[in-house]
Design a protein around this ligand. Sequence first.
Ligand code: RB5
Length: 157
Amino acid sequence: MNNKKLVIGSDHAGFEYKAKLIDYLTAKGYEMIDAGTYSADSCDYPVPVHALCKIIQSGECAEGILICGTGIGVSMAANKHHGIRAAVCSAKYSTEMTRLHNDANVLCMGARVIDFSLVCELTDIFLSTDALTEERHLRRQQMISDLEDGTFEEKYE
Ligand code: RB5
C-alpha cells in the first residue's frame, strides 16, 4: 500500500473507465483527485485536461492519468501546458519507455482503443517505472522544455 496522490481526468468517452480506475487505484492505496468530467454527458475534453494540468503544475501531484475515446485529444490539450509531458499509450513497451526516456508525467489512454484490464496494466507500469537519469535523456527532455519556452533556436541553432 502507499499514500501517493494522483490526479485523474477524462471526457465523457473515458468517464466509465475513470470511475473504475479510481476504484482500482484507491484500493491500492493511492489518494485520488478527480479533475472531472463528473458525468457521462458530452463535454469538451480541454476542460478536464486543464483542471488536471493545473493540479500537476501546482505541485500537488507529480503525475496524472487522462482518458478520452482515443487518448489523443486529451494528450494534445495536455501538452499545451507548461511542464506537462503527456504520452498516449496502448502498449506495455511504450508505457515503460515513455517513463524511462521521456519522463512522461501524464499517461493518456483511449477507452475506445484498449480494454480496461490493459488500462490497469499500463497504469501499473506507468506508476512503477522511474525516469532514467542518463545525461542524454535529461538533455533531450530539456530540449523539449526549450521548445516550450521559446529558447530552442538561441540554444541549439
Ligand atoms: C469524443 O467523441 C472523442 O472525440 C474524444 O473522446 C477523444 O477521442 C478525442 O480525441
